[in-house]
Design a protein around this ligand. Sequence first.
Ligand code: HEC
Length: 136
Amino acid sequence: MYKAIRNLALAGYCSISMLAITQSSNVTLPQDKGPDKINVSTYSPDLQKGYKVFTEKCSKCHTIARPINTTMTRVEWERYVKRMMHKPNSGINDSQGKTIFEFLAYDQENRKDKNPSAFFKSLSDEEIEKLKAQQH
Ligand code: HEC
């Protein structure tokens, strides 16, 4: 009997913390503290439009500085944009996701790859969990 109640309590606790994880980012990553703008004046008009979609859509759950200061390969960005799109209430549709990916892929190659040490590598899920544990 006691065990059943404890399991129930545990299940309740877990679903609440899962909700917190999926709703919005409740942890500060090193990237969040970096610059929160990109000078896109030399980018093509299409990419400048993409930058606008990116800043609107990717700042909903965490700082826009986070993706601005994260460096990844093109393939990783493709995967990452999909992962962010599929979070509950992301508000990002397929066509916006594609526009954002094209912007990020260009920006990676033409800005980040030229000065890789100025940016942060993305963290693994385990590393993010560790940071969360430290900050709570
Ligand atoms: C629905 C909420 C939500 C939206 C919208 C969202 N993200 Fe995220 N993002 C998260 C969460 C949650 C994490 C994981 C960290 C955490 O749990 O705090 C995260 C983490 C990240 C990271 C950190 C990677 C790392 O491991 O260091 C990057 C980069 C990122 N997001 C980019 C983006 C981009 C680009 C977009 C727009 C396409 C976007 N995010 C939109 C919720 C969101």
